[in-house]
Design a protein around this ligand. Sequence first.
Ligand SMILES: Cc1cc2nc3c(=O)[nH]c(=O)nc-3n(C[C@H](O)[C@H](O)[C@H](O)COP(=O)(O)O)c2cc1C
Length: 170
Amino acid sequence: MKILVCYFSGTGNTKKVAESIKEGLEGQEVDLQKIKDVDPAEIGKYDLVILGSGIYGGMVSKNIFTMMKKITEFPPKVAFFNTHSSPMSYSKKAYKRIIKKFETEGSKVVGNFECIGENIGVPKEVQEKMLSNLPPEEQEKQRKRLEEIKGRPNAKDLENAKEFAKSIIE
Ligand SMILES: Cc1cc2nc3c(=O)[nH]c(=O)nc-3n(C[C@H](O)[C@H](O)[C@H](O)COP(=O)(O)O)c2cc1C
């Protein structure tokens, strides 16, 4: 299979996941590209496109939508992945419009993966300021959460990403 793994990653978490996905696709013909390097006219030449992004303000990156608008021919199969820092799931919500577009154009959705990515985009001082404005109980909860997600995606998350990739092509 000819496969494209493409992604937007502001602070590197989604990039790590994309690289692990590529590792999991061993034996296939795989291109790994940043979303801004993707030629939308080439998308239809792949058997499978695996599209990923971090979550920013509840959404995937605008760069994904920009690229989507320029696709002329859609691939037979598509899969998605995202990284985010909150405990909720974004798989369906954040890709809703994108999934709809691919399906309307005849692409089959064959997978959707997500994992936690530590929010390293916020400077420590800003984070501290935000935390100090919270009521003590909430502050405690948020600090605990920040500690929990430190270093993610971790080795286990990346192993899961690899397994996800394997499961798609099996
Ligand atoms: C500006 C900004 C907005 C974010 N908004 C959300 C959000 O709405 N929900 C969430 O769970 N995580 C949010 N995050 C956390 C990122 O989704 C998370 O750290 C992700 O792994 C970033 O991926 P990247 O390193 O590939 O850019 C946000 C991070 C930044 C920098």
